[in-house]
Ligand binder design. Structure first.
Ligand code: SF4
Length: 318
């Protein structure tokens, strides 16, 4: 795939991106940006489950070398890390940012400037991490940044706890969805998220289908860098709490075995370990190997490079 213009360029040229950004502002007044649908007026200081105000709060901006290889280019993925989170897993590794909202408040003009600065730093994409609760400002910032010359793909890095309305607003805006799938089971989703999102499996599966319908399988440019498509991350948890085999079966039956999947082994126990003895350990080699081998057996042809490298390394030692 050549380095074609990102989707949002067409939308902005037709005047639809600015219009969409303006319309989305209404969601801050009766918030329905995620499936919690709190209905609070964030413009008057009311807070919903995520605890986020009506303007972006960001924890960091910069080239990040730790994302999937296809997102890195030569300089690293251009990450913008948003504070607060609508899901808040008990094992989150960014507790101060996601749970406590650590970060600085900015406006959409400043956000647009950050997007352009990442492009100027030769990052191959703008990678929005945990962006859902700030989508109206992100759309406004993107429209401004596009007018000022932004032309790299937009990555939407999400827990997949997304509602239909927000995903509709992102159609022809996002080029790459980098989407987690965390739990296959309602009871686990309720127990291991501080937001008590028992509907996570149903919501996330519907969201993955919508994302895939929008952007399709992952496509790379001539230099092997991602340009468009859906990438899925699945973190294996101890004692099959994340329901890995059930998720892979669903993915095969309902989406595709062509989808890019990163099966991740870096789970770390929650900080509040006493309350979660069942997940108070890292995963075993066997749990990782079994998950990767099951994915291969089901026919997944595009497992992430790191997944396959870790698998090869572990097998060598077995
Ligand atoms: S984005 Fe926050 S306030 Fe809005 S519905 Fe979701 S949790 Fe509630």
């Amino acid at each position: 795939m050549s380095k074609t213009s990102p989707s949002y360029a067409t939308l902005e040229r037709e005047g639809r991106l600015t219009a969409r950004a303006e319309a989305a502002q209404a969601s801050y007044r009766s918030c329905d940006l995620c499936p919690h649908a709190c209905g609070v007026d964030r413009t008057r200081g009311a807070l919903g489950v995520c605890g986020a105000p009506a303007h972006p709060v960001i924890a960091s901006v910069g080239a990040h070398p730790g994302e999937e290889r296809v997102l890195l280019g030569e300089r690293g993925s251009g990450t913008i890390f948003f504070s607060h989170c609508a899901l808040r897993c008990v094992f989150c590794q960014n507790r101060d940012i996601a749970h406590d909202g650590l970060g600085r408040r900015i406006d959409s003009q400043t956000l647009a400037g950050h997007m352009l600065a990442l492009q100027d730093a030769n990052c191959p994409n703008v990678n929005l991490i945990t962006p859902t609760h700030f989508v109206p400002d992100i759309l406004a910032a993107l429209a401004q940044a596009r007018r000022d010359g932004l032309c790299i793909p937009l990555v939407y890095n999400t827990s997949s706890y997304e509602c239909e309305k927000t995903l509709e607003r992102l159609e022809d805006v996002v080029d790459i969805y980098l989407a987690d799938f965390k739990f296959s089971d309602d009871t686990a989703a309720k127990r291991y998220t501080h937001s008590g999102a028992a509907d996570y499996p149903t919501v996330a599966k519907a969201a993955l289908k919508r994302m895939y319908a929008q952007v399709g399988p992952l496509r790379l440019d001539d230099e092997g860098v991602a340009r468009r498509g859906l990438m899925i991350r699945h973190l294996i948890m101890p004692n099959d709490v994340s329901g890995t085999s059930r998720f892979l079966e669903w993915l095969k039956d309902e989406l595709s075995t062509d989808v890019h999947v990163n099966i991740m082994a870096q789970y770390q126990p929650p900080w509040d370990r006493r309350h979660y003895p069942d997940i108070d350990r890292g995963i075993t080699v066997t749990e990782f190997v079994d998950a990767v081998e099951y994915a291969l057996e089901l026919g997944f042809s595009r497992l992430d490079e790191v997944t396959l490298m870790q698998y090869a390394r572990v097998k060598e030692r077995m």
